[in-house]
Ligand binder design. Structure first.
Ligand SMILES: NC(=O)c1ccc[n+]([C@@H]2O[C@H](COP(=O)([O-])OP(=O)(O)OC[C@H]3O[C@@H](n4cnc5c(N)ncnc54)[C@H](O)[C@@H]3O)[C@@H](O)[C@H]2O)c1
Ligand SMILES: [Zn+2]
Length: 365
């Protein structure tokens, strides 16, 4: 088992990564000195597989478990969904010593984390992430929140978990499209920080996506990604500077999601498109070579570049990049590749260059 310790101002917590470790949930939570009452929040698909062992482990350690299972899905990640969970906790007369376990993907983690941040002005929570996105990204770093009808993740709070327990066995039941979308963030991590990880993916990407890696190698892969995310977050908890590099591929990716009303692409799929667009911008700006860009795109093509972007207006996507808070004086700030394993933040990218990046993706795929 791997243990990664994350320290940010006012909080420090362990992240355990291993296989067949869900049964340790209860004892790990005991070690953290958490109170007796816990709300175990999950969605239906995850609960069908993992709720029972999670509950059993918590009960065996002496915790009193309130199971809260809801339909799941991005459409439920809103204030009404959060209110539903809050109502169950109020009805059960949970007090300040109570806490929450989020068992599921990023949707469950973000919403349960948000409930933990707000119930009685804040109670502890534990993350048990079950998707690649959640294991390598959303469960780490303390960003919690829900969507509003007018935009994604607009309502939220920074609230760090007390413990993250990552059982990589859960990934074995992940649907293929979810695995591909999650791997987009893994490829992103390799591109921003770790050429060795990138080379590993060049060797074994198909095995990873098909979840055919042996348990130790999968543990290593997830743990390495946790380390990358944790290192960036601890250096810059609130996204003042360094944390922005985690947004590589996300300016165009988010714009594509918004321009297609979040219905056409999964977040990770939009990130794949955004990485390719940013790669073209980097080539035009001369921050990296044609060869580096080719290497990036070749791996993304093996992962699977979703088609159909040509049906979405390039100008419309460009317009959506402009709602990005990082614009200064009408020009955009982009994370651009320097070489595989390193990126830089570049200010003042002209709209025309951004447009050419979008059009490049549209014409090629
Ligand atoms: N807080 C952050 O820093 C952060 C970072 C990245 C993403 N996010 C958020 O994460 C969300 C996306 O997360 P996601 O991709 O995990 O989506 P998700 O939670 O909706 O999970 C995807 C689907 O997989 C199912 N599922 C989950 N685990 C499974 C398993 N082990 N086996 C079988 N099925 C399983 C779920 O029921 C769901 O249908 C978005 O709302 C996004 O905004 C947050
Ligand atoms: Zn992302």
């Amino acid at each position: 088992m791997h243990r990664i310790d994350l320290a940010v101002e006012g909080a420090a917590y362990p992240i355990f990564v291993g296989h067949d470790i869900l049964g340790e949930l209860g004892s790990r939570c005991s070690e953290q000195g958490l109170g007796r009452q816990v709300a175990l929040v999950s969605d239906e698909a995850v609960a069908a597989r993992y709720l029972e062992p999670a509950t059993a482990s918590l009960r065996a350690a002496g915790f009193q478990v309130l199971e809260v299972v809801y339909a799941g899905g991005e459409g439920m990640k809103n204030l009404a969904g959060a209110e539903g969970i809050l109502a169950k906790m109020i009805e059960a007369e949970f007090d300040r010593s109570a806490w929450i376990t989020a068992l599921g993907g990023g949707v469950v983690g973000d919403m349960a984390g948000f409930v933990a941040a707000t119930y009685l002005r804040g109670i502890p929570y534990v993350q048990v992430p079950t998707t690649i996105v959640a294991q390598v990204d959303s469960s780490i770093g303390g960003k919690t929140g829900v969507n509003h009808a007018l935009g994604k993740n607009l309502i939220g709070a920074f609230h760090q978990p007390r413990l993250v327990l990552v059982d990589t066995d859960a990934l074995r039941s992940l649907p293929g499209r979810e695995a591909v979308a999650g791997m987009a963030e893994v490829v992103k991590h390799a591109l921003i920080r770790d050429e060795e990880l990138f080379s590993f993916l060049e060797d074994r990407l198909e095995e990873v996506v098909a979840m055919q890696l042996d348990a130790e190698t999968l543990d290593w892969l997830i743990a390495r990604n946790v380390e990358i995310k944790a290192a960036v977050v601890s250096a810059d908890e609130r996204e003042g500077g360094l944390r922005a590099i985690l947004n590589y591929g996300h300016t165009i990716g988010h714009a594509i999601e918004a321009a297609t009303d979040y219905g056409r692409y999964k977040h990770g799929e939009a990130v794949i498109l955004g990485l390719i667009g940013a790669g073209e911008i980097a080539r035009r700006e001369g921050t990296w070579t044609e060869e580096e860009r080719r290497r990036q795109d070749a791996l993304l093509e093996r992962l699977g570049v979703p088609g159909g972007l040509a049906e979405v207006g390039a100008e419309q996507i460009l317009a959506r990049t402009k709602t990005d808070k990082k614009r200064v004086n009408g020009r955009s700030r982009f994370i651009l590749g320097k070489r595989v394993g390193e990126v830089e933040i570049v200010e003042g990218i002209e709209d025309e260059v951004v447009l050419s990046g979008i059009e490049y993706v549209q014409q090629r795929y």
